[in-house]
Structure formats: C-alpha cells, structure tokens
Write a protein that binds this ligand. Sequence first.
Ligand SMILES: [Zn+2]
Length: 477
Amino acid sequence: MSEKQFVKSITSRDEDFAQWYTDIVTKAELVDYSSVRGSMIIRPYGYAIWENIKAELDHQIKATGHENVYMPLLIPESSLQIEKDHIEGFAPEVAWVTHGGDEELAERLCIRPTSEVLFGEHYKNIIHSYRDLPKLYNQWANVVRWEKTTRPFLRTLEFLWQEGHTCHETEADAEAEARKMLEVYASICEDFLAIPVLKGTKTEKEKFAGAKHTYTIESLMPDGKALQSATSHYLGDGFAKAFGIQFSDREGKMQHVHQTSWGFTTRIIGALIMVHGDDRGLVLPPKVAPTQVIIVPVAQHKEGVLDFAYKLKDQLGSQFRVNLDASDKKPGWKFNEYEMKGVPIRLEAGPRDIEAGQVVLVKRDTGEKIQTPIASVEEKIGELLEDIQDNLMKKATAYREDRTKVIQTYAEFKRYYEEENGFAQAMWCGKRECEEKIKEETSVTSRCIPFKQEQVADTCVYCGEKAKHLVNWAKAY
Ligand SMILES: [Zn+2]
C-alpha cells in the first residue's frame, strides 16, 4: 500500500470529526466492537495506554494515603433503594440480574453503576469510633450504565475506572479530601496526559445524585465541545444517615461520618485521542505512550543493519519504552503504522547512517527530522520526549484559550453557539430555570462554576437579574 493510500484511509479531522475519531480507535487498534451494542473490546494497544494511566494514578492514590479494596459486582435492589436521590439519579441506567440459571431470583440484583451503596454497607460494619477514621478506600473496577447512545471510550455500557470512597470525622476533612483528589486528577490530566483542564464546582442541576458538592475538571475537545474529565464529590452525611455509618467522637457522642467519592475512567482515553490526534492518526504524549521510541531499520537485509538495530534497542531499553519493528514490511508502511499509533519518536537507521555514526530521529508531533550522532542518542531522545510532552500541552492550552470567550449578553451567547463552539464564560443568577432554558434553547450546559471567579458582568446572561457566579458553559460530550 502506498503512503498516500494509507493516509487516505483515515477521514480528515476537519471533514468529519466523528468519523475521524471512529477511524482512529479502530485503525490504531485501540478497540474492537463486541456483539453487545455499546460494549467495547479494549485491544492490547488501547489497554496498554489504560495500564500506564492506571499505574500513575494508582501511585498517586496510594501516595495520598489510600488503600485499594475490592467490592462485589452485584447490589441487591433493596440496598440500592436506601438513598433516595442516589437511586433516582441512577435508576434509568441500571442493568438488572433477574435469574440465576433457570430460577427467578427472590430479589433483583443490580450490576453496580457505582459503589456508594456497597461501601456504605461495609463502612457501617467497620467504623465505630473516631479512631477508625479516616477510612480512605479506593477500588479499581468495571461498572455498567445502560446508555442509550454509545461511542468507544466516550460513552459505553461498561467501562473501567477507579472509585475512591472515604469517611471522615468532619465536614472540613471530607471537603478537603474531595478537593485534594480533584487536584490529583487535574495533575494526571495536565502533567501526564497533556490535557489542560478547568477546575470548578458543578451546579445543583449537574451535580452527582446524592452529593452535596460535585467538583469537576473539564477539558475542551477540538470540535469545541467540553468533556467532563473526572469528578470528585463531597457527599455530606446523607449516605451515612441512610446507611447508619456512625462513630463515637472525641467527646464520646455518636456522630455520622462525612463522606467523599471520586472517579476517573477509561473515558479519558477518548479525550486523549481527540485533544492530540491529527490527520495521520493518534499523537500520544510520551509519558503515557506504550512505546516511546520505535526503531525502524532501513534496508534491513543489508549486513549489520539488524544487528545494529537490536543492539540499539537493548541500549535504549534501560531508559525508554522502545520497540523494534524487524518485520519484512516496507519501511514506508512502518512509518505510517507508527504514526497512526502515535509513537512519539521514530528512530531510522540504515547502512549509510550506521557508517556515518548517526541515526535519524523523527518527532511525531511536528514531523521534524533530526540527525543525531550515535554517541549522544540517549540524551537527545530524552530531550525530545520532554519537548514533545511540553509542546502538546502548550498547543492544547493555546487552543482552549483561543476557544474560550467572555460573554455578557444572551444575544451574543446564542450567536457564539450558532457560529462556533467552545467555552463561554458568562454570569449566572443561580436559578435552575435559567440553566434549563439555556439548555433547551441552545443545547449548552453549565460545565462548572470555576474556582477562579471573576465578575465579568453584573447580571445573569439569561434573565438579567443580579448575577451570583461566573459559569463556564459549553456543549458537552
Ligand atoms: Zn438567571
């Protein structure tokens, strides 16, 4: 297959963004579709990306004092009913198990859509005194939510995630925990995945079912739509009261614990694809890339070329994630294949390079080719990987800034979303009706009340009454 034909097989991003996304997830071999609508098979390359994210996040979760546990997959219906807001929020998406073999169950069991209930029942059994607090648990698991429309990674019936569930003596401790974990998520997005995020609080309308406050990080995709990248909730003592999680405090009085929950999912891989990808395929930030350097030998049948390539692989392998493609496919095919897979650096070495004591390094983000003496190749690769990581973050940040607009009037707001897409920063009075009307008329939702507040106008963008908060608005995934 010629280079041109190969590249043509991905739809251009500007031409059809949704098709471009679908092409990448399948052609870069991240997923395959399964026989159940909306379920995906995460293939080795896609799973390796998740494993890298998981390793980094798990490290940070443990470094902040949390322990991993595992809860069951099934929740009895009666347990799910205990917290009213929670069940109301999740009921439409719950999948039920009704039979064991041929026998109908006396009570339906739900497949966990999230595990607040299971943690609640467990905490009731193991927390008795302030000495048992805080309890800082996390689990890595799959959950099922019966979504109507689905897309690989972005919205699937089953997805992978971690869910943290913690119990604290006081509201202040639990609030601090919820905010701390949001910062951990923001750091994973920005420092590891090169995805800039906006941090803030969800409005009452958009918050998690059963939470007092939901904190969120929101990122902006290249089509101008926002993607909720992770959330962290302060649950108050509502679940504790519903489940009876009590402890005797330092004065010997019985109190209910204050709880948090927080989750980070495989959905972020969808953001990773969209934020950095281009018309040649995936572009992976070096920190998360399963392969950081791909060695492609040129004229590998010539004497010494493959030996040289294998030696180089061993040498670089102690510092970087390196692979060598010594298959009999043409170098041009290999170049395209690893561009499609978003490998940050391609290293080319042919007989002439070897003779000259050099190799060629090609950066995936810019396509720039750099001839490098073999003696300094490790140093140069280290430098380039850092450079690519920074460059991707800068590019994504510049794009977001370009597509964030401060808006004062509703006329301007409507025009903005008719003509383009992006974040709008506009004032809001705090009333749910205004949010609902805006959504109805423009499909735009409040993404968050940013922690960094500014008074960009005195009145609500919709109703003209006195403004309470600056809100970040967008159409969303
Ligand atoms: Zn209003």
